[in-house]
Design a binder for this molecule. Structure first.
Ligand SMILES: Cc1cc2nc3c(=O)[nH]c(=O)nc-3n(C[C@H](O)[C@H](O)[C@H](O)COP(=O)(O)OP(=O)(O)OC[C@H]3O[C@@H](n4cnc5c(N)ncnc54)[C@H](O)[C@@H]3O)c2cc1C
Length: 781
């Protein structure tokens, strides 16, 4: 026994000696590991490297590294609008909404009206991101997000037509990389709407794998405006390009080749971005796609051997081959704003209208919003919208802080659009047939139809979840991983070994530290975590739980990377679940920050609590999904014991909490107004959403009177009266003297508005199809 103890002590002492003496450690341990690591490290293409290095790491880095500093989160400034931005939102944005009526756009006109287009151009909607010195509005990212959110509550065609010129496209690329001459020429024209931009990257053969575009250009000499100049012959075939059919300025991505060495560099220069005026001879543009009944302009563009000068390259000839880097660097800002904002807008409008409808519409003599089954859907809608809006605000706020948050923008894009899909689906279930029959009275069917567009664009969701969020997040946020990879690729092996040694052993200590913390926080239920910031007492436990999630996630992701190595890229199901944990933590942070930023309104607390319990439960499921499918069963069991030593602590939010949250949607309150703050509410009762607002107020006024009428009905006072039916009972009650004239008037008004709200449209037999007749063209094979 003594001998064994001596041997073990000697072994431990030797290991401590080796680890404590870097030269010895490097020779005895690191050298072998370094050689193996270099062999198994997957090769990275230039485009992958550009994507990886693009953008910045922000709050997600804190969550990734296991011990978030809550003081830092709460110190990020609360996003606010300037007086000019607020005035624009109140005046110009509301007016733009007033000018657009969705049925007219989608069914009768198939485009925005000329007046609406002109208004958008005149008022600078297409140049919100362009600095004032070029004639743009120079809005903050938050203001940009507010505008898109509100427009989306009215019409997708309106929102997308504004969103695209302000997102990744010519203006953004010009601002960052354009030559002075290009900026001076194009930016004022874009700001005034004299140019309508589009940006064409996607091809029939390269969608998600956009770096593989086959579109190409050959550097050559050619005639241009009466002279021979150095230029390029460009061949492209693009599809799905938003605004292409109406654009005047086409941003184009292609691969540039210089076979004759006219530029004096490589033959294959790589992806290049150019700005091509629509009237350039050979540009084929103008037909449109028909994306799920959405009426924003979207279509193909083609060109074969179209000659253009090298000056068309954004940034001029020196930026030849830099296109992919440019796109990746600019992607984060646009992706942080466009889809998160438009989808939050859609959710806000859905919650506002469906919540009201659920109180106005009654079945079984009860407002449908009071049935527990419907309540479940309403709760989800409200809490998700709270979470989505919090995420959109915090992410836009990051852009205003100068961040280009590439991982966060992917999280926001994926999770806001997925939750919006759920909100709209739930809304459709609640309104039933009313949502299904299209027509001017339908306020939800179009959103339901168009939801898959958000899921697909700006990084299709399956790819974003499976490949990007953790794949990029791990490398960007991890304190040592990238350093290890770079060390392994260092052409100087001595320097590489030294850097690798430092990163590797710091990494090992980091993993052990988080393993121990994860176990400790699991054993103690995170009760002893010092939050380190002044937070609302009712939310304090969430910060502690989130710290626990963060430590456990750091440990789990490190062990996963250790076991899976480079194959994590192919193990998409595991990578997706790891990304889910990081994402749910980000969403929770955003909700907690929103609650503080809003001044801790107690009335909103049910939405916060439900959203956070739901999020924690989902994060726990994602942990389970990784652990249960861990390739090594023994390590899987070890991870389970370390992270959940007492089993699963997180459960679905309670029904009582759900009931409190659902109530907030079906009656007017400050909370309902805050939750749906950007919803454009048309005045009067002509349009369905305006009618619901009025019908809701009328329903609340009528409910106590109706309760008396129902009592009388139960007492049998209407026996044999054919008018005592769901439609006409108010009249019967008045006739029987149960209610007086004033009360009857209240019920009568409620009935009129209710009937207007539940009405659906009907059409002539051929739905007007006889007048149409422009068959689609199939893509050339
Ligand atoms: C309405 C609309 C507007 C658009 N606007 C523009 C525009 O203005 N400019 C422009 O250039 N493009 C635009 N696009 C293109 C859009 O960005 C692409 O549709 C998108 O990149 C996906 O490409 P794809 O549709 O060819 O799908 P595919 O690439 O064929 O993908 C099919 C499925 O496979 C999944 N997938 C692919 N690779 C992986 C992977 N490695 N791991 C996991 N899953 C994967 C995807 O998530 C998707 O679910 C638009 C598209 C639409 C529909």
């Amino acid at each position: 026994m003594n001998a064994l103890l001596t041997v073990l002590t000697l072994l431990a002492a030797s290991l401590a000696l080796v680890l404590g003496l870097p030269p010895l450690r490097r020779t005895l341990l690191t050298r072998g590991l370094f050689a193996t690591y270099r062999k198994v490290l997957p090769q990275m293409s230039d485009t992958e490297r550009d994507a990886l290095h693009a953008g910045t790491v922000w709050w997600e880095g804190e969550l990734f590294r296991g011990n978030p500093d809550w003081g830092k989160l709460l110190a990020y400034p609360r996003p606010v609008l300037s007086a000019a931005e607020q005035a624009f939102l109140d005046r110009e944005v509301n007016e733009a909404c007033r000018l657009v009526e969705d049925w007219n756009v989608t069914h009768e006109r198939q485009d925005l009206s000329p007046q609406a287009w002109q208004y958008l151009k005149d008022k600078g909607f297409l140049g919100m991101i362009i600095p004032r010195r070029y004639g743009g509005l120079e809005f903050s990212a938050f203001a940009h997000s507010q505008v898109v959110t509100r427009l989306s509550t009215r019409s997708s065609a309106l929102a997308v037509s504004v969103m695209v010129p302000n997102s990744l496209g010519p203006a953004e690329l010009l601002l960052h990389y354009g030559t002075e001459a290009q900026k001076e020429h194009y930016l004022p024209r874009l700001a005034r709407g004299q140019e309508i931009p589009a940006f064409a990257l996607t091809s029939p053969w390269a969608g998600s794998d956009a770096a593989a575009i086959p579109d190409y250009a050959i550097v050559c000499r050619g005639p241009w405006e009466g002279r021979e100049v150095l230029g390029m012959r460009v061949t492209w075939d693009k599809r799905y390009i938003t605004l292409a059919p109406v654009c005047t300025l086409l941003g184009l991505a292609f691969r540039l080749f210089d076979p004759d060495g006219l530029l004096g560099g490589d033959t294959d220069l790589g992806i290049t971005c150019a700005l091509v005026p629509r009237d350039t001879p050979g540009v084929d543009i103008g037909r449109r796609h028909f994306p799920l009944n959405a009426m924003f302009m979207n279509g193909p563009t083609r060109g074969r051997d179209v000659f253009m000068p090298l000056d068309f390259i954004i940034g001029g000839p020196k930026m030849a081959g830099q296109g992919w880097r440019m796109l990746m660097e600019c992607l984060a800002a646009g992706r942080s704003i466009s889809l998160p904002s438009s989808n939050t807008g859609m959710a806000q409008a859905t919650v506002r209208a469906v919540g009201g409808y659920a109180r106005v519409r009654s079945q079984f003599k009860t407002a449908v919003g009071r049935f527990e089954g419907v309540e479940e859907a309403l709760t989800r809608m409200g809490a998700y919208t709270y979470l989505m809006d919090a995420t959109r605000r915090m992410t836009a706020g990051a852009v205003d802080l100068g961040e280009k948050p590439s991982v966060v923008s992917a999280i926001a894009k994926y999770h806001v659009t997925e939750r919006a899909r759920q909100v709209v689906n739930d809304g459709m279930d609640v309104v039933g047939g009313k949502g299904i029959c299209l027509g001017p009275s339908n306020f939800l069917g179009r959103a339901y139809q168009q939801m898959p567009i958000s899921i697909t664009v700006e990084g299709a969701n399956i790819l974003t979840r499976s490949l990007i969020i953790f794949g990029q997040g791990a490398l960007r946020c991890h304190p040592y991983l990238l350093a290890e990879m770079e060390a392994a690729q260092n052409p100087d092996p001595r320097r590489g070994l030294a850097d690798f040694d430092r990163a590797l052993w710091s990494h090992a200590a980091y993993t052990v530290r988080h393993g121990v913390r994860a176990l400790w926080l699991g054993l103690t239920g995170s009760h002893f975590v010092a939050v380190g910031a002044a937070v609302a007492p009712e939310a304090r436990r969430y910060y502690q739980q989130l710290t626990r999630f963060s430590a456990a996630f750091s440990f789990l992701s490190d062990i996963s990377l250790l076991v899976l190595g480079g194959s994590v890229k192919r193990r998409e199901k595991l990578s997706a679940r790891l990304g889910d944990i990081l994402s749910e933590m980000y969403l929770m942070s955003a909700a907690l920050k929103r609650y503080e930023d809003d001044g801790r309104p107690q009335a909103d607390a049910p939405l916060l609590h439900w959203a956070l319990w739901d999020t924690m439960y989902k994060a726990q499921q994602a942990f389970d999904g990784v652990i249960a499918n861990f390739p090594n069963r023994f390590i899987g069991r070890f991870l389970h014991r370390s992270i959940f030593p007492w089993g699963h602590p997180y459960v679905v939010p309670s029904d009582e909490l759900g009931h409190q949250a659902a109530r907030l949607l079906i009656e007017p309150s400050a909370t309902r107004d805050r939750l749906t703050a950007e919803t454009y509410l048309p005045p009067g009762d002509e349009e369905p959403v305006g009618a619901i607002e009025q019908a809701l107020a009328a329903t609340l006024a009528a409910e106590p009177i109706e309760a008396r009428v129902r009592d009388a009905e139960r007492q049998g006072r209407f026996a044999g009266d054919p008018q005592a039916n769901v439609r006409d009972i108010a009249q019967a009650a008045f006739a029987a003297g149960i209610i007086d004239a004033a009360e009857y008037e209240i019920l009568r008004r409620r009935n009129a508005l209710r009937d207007q709200v539940v009405r659906v449209d009907d059409f002539p037999f051929d739905l007007g199809r006889a007048a149409a007749g422009n068959p689609g063209r199939r893509e050339a094979a």
